[in-house]
Design a protein around this ligand. Sequence first.
Ligand code: HEM
Length: 90
Amino acid sequence: GVDSLVRVTPAMLKEKNGRKGKPAWSSYQGKVYNISPYLPYHPGGEGELRRAAGKDGTKLFMEVHSWVNWENMMGECMVGIMVSEDHAPV
Ligand code: HEM
């Protein structure tokens, strides 16, 4: 539920880049998703999806397949919402 959502700062997102065993998170229109479980299933390949790891994937996503419904497909993988750096959790 909404209570379990993490407030994610840009610095936190950058850390979740999927490298060295870290989870891969990507933001889309201000919402943050754990894309790790979807990596093996992405029709465009794992490497392409990894390009959005640790970043805002909105632009890449829209450039390739604006018709795909990210929110529907990734809804269960939503982990948080983006906040500005000075809203970092204590
Ligand atoms: C293909 C989903 C992120 C690159 C696809 C397809 C789906 C999909 C459903 C098949 C589309 C079709 O056949 O009409 C997603 C979801 C994403 C995501 C849910 C977000 C979590 C990305 C990102 C990239 C990317 C960030 C980076 C550029 C591609 C490419 C193809 C593809 C290159 C396919 C090409 C082909 O048909 O040869 N993706 N995608 N995707 N995706 Fe993604």
